[in-house]
Design a protein around this ligand. Structure first.
Ligand SMILES: [Zn+2]
Length: 510
């Protein structure tokens, strides 16, 4: 008898191990997330019952459109993935070079397919639906539909060397990160939207309410609360672009919220809201004075459940961003111009989030009902500066640090070289506190430092690199070069240091 029981347990365990069960009940799907059947079956994954768009299907889809509209669209390749796949980017360029430039990206995490599919759907509609023609006529559009091809083919979040490409926007350690960032810099967009999906059944959620919860939101909007992003750009992102997209979602009765995600803080489960971190795209783009949003659609870990609904969310938001751009183009252009003169005298090196109790709506898995649930929110959209410094007029980087210079150039910064030995007034960083006692993060040996500024007037040698802060992309310099900034070259261990050392990065005064 006992023997048979063991065999039964063994059979059951292999059954569960081999298939990844969808954590979502049919009841939850039909009550809260019914699929959107009006969507046309025109993209590869929408045409087939199982699986998502593979590389061959992607290229066939793009080439078919290109054959039909040879003058309207352009396919280029930004470089290769680590496994050697050429990464395609599509340009829909209008006649007018002065039109605002909009950048769309999907599939940076390989297991988040609604973004990729939504962008393919968008491309098809912009070309085939004449009622949308005015949108591509009055903007210049770049679409990078499958940013992480190696991951996408395996429906795996990571690049093939295991790196998370959306933690790699300042350190640029993966080949894809370099290729994507270079393409971004070359295009130099005014508006950027990065499509992702999020996991609605997180481990932490299983411990909430009586028998666990699942997220209610079809879409969450992640945009930057980083205080070095010009304030008018932060305001326009929220009160114009996100607001308009929200009202489109309301028309479809899709639920939405600012992006929140659980985090453990002193043993308690809390929620982070918004972003200040330059290592991920929402803030990294915004620090280039771009109106930037990362879209999180409810989809990771539930296979193809409600897939048309998810694709429609991505498509509708992309369309909304284009409409908002076209309908407000003069206003946006003048605000972007204003943001260039946002040379506030101070830069914010570190900041802290506002912490508050808030009520969110969520689905209770026991009752299958929407409940109000009180949570602690750590809000990046309401950040307060904790370390402020005077804005330098530039940064000097000593000659031998070519690796840093290459990264800065890929990130869109103009780098000058000092032509003759010149006496300059500088501030040097002296490391006064040093800690490298961390687990590896994204394969990097992190360092955490404090530094004091030491004023000096010295001869700067010919050949030293000089990066001025009066350029459009300069707001990201704080995040890269001020050593205490959480995503800086020092914090990520790209620039190794030790206690009492003077860094080979100087701040230029005047
Ligand atoms: Zn993602």
């Amino acid at each position: 008898m006992v023997k048979y029981l063991y065999i039964l347990i063994f059979l059951l365990s292999t059954l569960f191990a081999s298939s990844q069960p969808n954590p979502q009940s049919k009841k939850i799907t039909s009550n809260f997330f019914p699929d959107y059947h009006e969507l046309l079956e025109i993209t590869p994954a929408l045409k087939k019952k199982k699986g998502f768009t593979n590389y061959q299907e992607l290229m066939t889809f793009l080439n078919n459109l290109k054959n039909k509209f040879p003058d309207k669209m352009e396919i280029k390749f930004i470089g290769e993935s680590q496994k050697g796949y050429e990464i395609p980017i599509i340009f829909l360029n209008s006649e007018n070079k002065n039109n605002l430039k909009v950048w769309f990206k999907g599939g940076l995490h390989g297991n988040e397919p609604a973004g990729t599919e939504g962008l393919l759907y968008l491309l098809d509609r912009l070309l085939n639906d004449s009622s949308l023609k005015h949108l591509s006529d009055n903007t210049n559009i770049a679409i990078l539909p499958m940013a992480n091809i190696d991951g996408y083919i395996k429906q795996n979040r990571y690049a093939s060397n295991g790196l998370d490409l959306n933690r790699d926007q300042t350190k640029l350690m993966a080949l894809e990160s370099i290729n994507i960032k270079q393409a971004y810099t070359n295009f130099n967009p005014d508006i950027a939207v990065d499509f992702h999906e999020y996991r609605p059944y997180r481990k932490d959620f299983a411990r909430m309410s009586d028998f666990g919860i699942t997220s209610l939101y079809d879409v969450m909007f992640l945009y930057s609360g980083n205080l070095n992003v010009p304030e008018n750009i932060r305001v326009i992102t929220d009160t114009l672009f996100v607001k308009n997209a929200r009202s489109i979602l309301d028309n479809y009765e899709l639920k939405h919220h600012d992006y929140i995600s659980t985090t453990k803080h002193l043993g308690e489960i809390q929620f982070n809201q918004g972003s200040t971190n330059a290592r991920s795209s929402a803030t990294s783009y915004a620090l280039n004075n771009t109106i930037s949003t990362l879209i999180e659609i409810r989809g990771v870990g539930i296979g193809k459940t409600s897939f048309k609904r998810r694709v429609n969310s991505a498509f509708s938001i992309a369309l909304s961003y284009l409409k908002t751009t076209v309908e407000n183009s003069d206003f946006i252009k003048s605000e972007l111009k204003k943001s260039l003169n946002y040379n506030s005298s101070d830069i914010v090196v570190t900041s802290s989030r506002t912490v508050e109790k808030e009520i969110i709506q969520t689905i209770d898995l026991n009752s299958n009902k929407i409940i109000d649930y009180e949570v602690t929110i750590r809000d990046a959209l309401r950040s307060n500066p904790t370390l402020v410094r005077k804005r330098p007029s530039g940064y000097l980087i000593l000659e031998e640090k070519v690796e840093l210079i290459n990264k800065l150039r890929i990130l869109g910064l103009e780098v000058n070289i000092v032509e003759n030995d010149t006496i300059m007034k500088v501030e040097k960083f002296k490391i006064t506190d040093y800690n490298d006692n961390f687990d590896k993060y994204e394969k990097m040996n992190l360092q955490s430092v404090k530094a004091s500024l030491v004023e000096d007037e010295i001869t700067i040698k010919q050949g030293t690199y000089l990066i001025l802060t009066n350029q459009r992309t300069s707001n990201i310099l704080t995040e890269l070069l001020e050593p205490e900034a959480p995503n800086s070259f020092v914090s990520f261990g790209i620039l190794k240091t030790e206690i009492n050392q003077i860094l080979p990065i100087y701040r230029l005064i005047n």
